[in-house]
Design a protein around this ligand. Structure first.
Ligand code: NAD
Length: 434
């Protein structure tokens, strides 16, 4: 099938490369010329394990191309996916749909013949209706259908998630469009990933419900962790004790500094706004969002407490900046709140991240960047682990202790064992493990 992918960011590029790998002919479009030039030179603008090889293979085999020219990509395509950003609208937290609507107008002007327009971006209920209206208005003669196909991939494991999804959600009541979607996803269907057909509005809401539920699960275990610290219990044992219950499940029960990233913060906020607009407020999700946003800065206070109540004039080493490992994505990363809280309290911050320092440099000020974990720890008064990259899981603890000015480690991801750290002479603070 010929498919145009509008937006070549984390979702568009991964989806485009994976669809090409299934055998479809994909043209990825982006309005950012620098991104397209880089892709055409064979450079991948984001860090995602395996993506570079997958893109190179499909470009080489002639199934994957990149352009800034939306009209050419859309002409003759049987399906056009919209995978542009839907960030929080400044000021009120609603999803900013301007990129989606702009893409819809440009697509409308270019389609010829029956075309299925698929919203892969995360969009509030009713956005598909508006995309349909825009296309009708721009091109009253156009023969098309608008389908919702939310994406559930996780950064850092995006290719596996895309190729082996737990489910594929297709929102349409148009039988012809459903036929096209079935054909696009046929290779996955053969792998027995269930394809769930539902109404367009239901599909749109399903994506928000999934993210809000996961954000709630994380926030729940984080609050249990705080209670553990007060009552002398261990959150990891609690998580295992409840997670083995199939009704609960063990995923997303890792206590930590609060969720961040490009999806959960903005999607919970957008769901809250939609629910308020429809006079069906989601008080639970409202609380989750509020608890989480306070938590991230509270982690800065946790570090200050571990340093004896003051960090003024002290150097704090921060390991891990991205919102999770195996990505270079810094959007809403907890490290931002932790670092700003430390700087506000008078600390000097030195940081190291395997992939995120480039993006961090444009979001944080007055941070020194180190060349590895030990360089980061050099002469520091405390070390904070914010993101659990694999290379931070097996640090040489003897070397680390000798490198630090004071042996204080605050492990916001619980990757070390408290007994061992204490035995080795560290003042060790983690989350929910007294
Ligand atoms: N990142 C994730 O893990 C993830 C997972 C699931 C769903 N989503 C959703 O997918 C959508 C995209 O997210 P992302 O992280 O890939 O965003 P991104 O910011 O990485 O990429 C969006 C791209 O779209 C381009 N763009 C914007 N308007 C355009 C236009 N009119 N024509 C061509 N290109 C245009 C931008 O230049 C940018 O490169 C969002 O709605 C997001 O919520 C993201």
């Amino acid at each position: 099938m010929r498919i145009a992918m509008i937006g070549s960011g984390y979702v568009g590029l991964v989806s485009g490369a994976c669809f090409a790998d299934f055998g479809h002919e994909i043209c990825c479009v982006d309005k950012d010329p620098a991104k397209i030039e880089a892709l055409n030179r064979g450079e991948i603008p984001i860090f995602e394990p395996g993506l570079s090889e997958l893109v190179a293979k499909n470009v080489r085999e002639g199934r994957l191309t990149f352009t800034t020219d939306l009209a050419t990509a859309v002409k003759g395509a049987e399906a056009v996916f919209i995978a542009v950003g839907t960030p929080s609208r400044r000021g009120d937290g609603h999803a900013d749909l301007s990129y989606v609507y702009q893409a819809a107008r440009e697509i409308a002007a270019a389609i010829d013949g029956y075309t299925v327009i698929v919203t892969k971006s995360t969009v509030p209920v009713g956005t598909g209706d508006e995309v349909e209206r825009i296309i009708h208005e721009t091109r009253p003669d156009a023969d098309f259908a608008v389908v919702s196909n939310p994406e559930f991939l996780r950064e850092g494991a995006a290719i596996t998630d895309f190729k082996r999804p737990d489910r594929i959600v297709i929102g349409t009541e148009d039988a012809r469009a459903l036929g096209v979607m079935n054909e696009i996803y046929r290779p996955l269907y053969l792998n027995q990933s269930p394809l769930l057909a539902m109404s367009r509005r239901t599909a749109e809401l399903t994506k928000y419900a999934a993210n809000a539920f996961l954000a709630t699960k994380i926030t729940f275990i984080n609050e249990i962790a705080d209670l553990c610290e007060h009552v002398g219990a261990n959150v990891q044992d609690v998580a295992r004790g409840i997670g083995l219950d199939n009704r609960i499940g063990s995923k997303f029960l890792h206590a930590g500094p609060g969720y961040g990233g490009s999806c959960f913060p903005k999607d919970t906020l957008a769901l809250i706004k939609t629910a308020q607009d429809y006079e069906a407020p989601m008080r639970l999700v409202e609380t989750v969002a509020a608890v989480n946003s306070q938590r991230k800065r509270a982690m800065g206070r946790k570090v200050i407490a571990a340093c004896g109540g003051s960090v003024r004039g002290k150097t704090i080493a921060v390991l891990g900046l991205t919102f999770k490992p195996n990505t270079d994505d810094m959007r809403e990363a907890p490290s931002i709140d932790v670092i700003t809280a430390l700087q506000d309290a008078g600390a000097k911050v030195r940081a190291y991240d395997p992939e995120g320092m480039g993006a961090a440099a444009s979001m944080l000020t007055d941070v020194d960047y180190a060349k590895d974990a030990y360089d980061c720890a050099r002469g520091a008064d405390a070390l904070v682990i914010v993101t659990e990259w694999d290379i931070f899981r097996a640090l040489d603890l003897g070397r680390l202790k000798a490198t630090l000015a004071a042996p204080v480690v605050v492990d916001l991801r619980n990757i070390y064992r408290p007994e061992e750290m204490r035995r080795r002479g560290f003042t060790y603070v983690s989350v929910g493990r007294s």
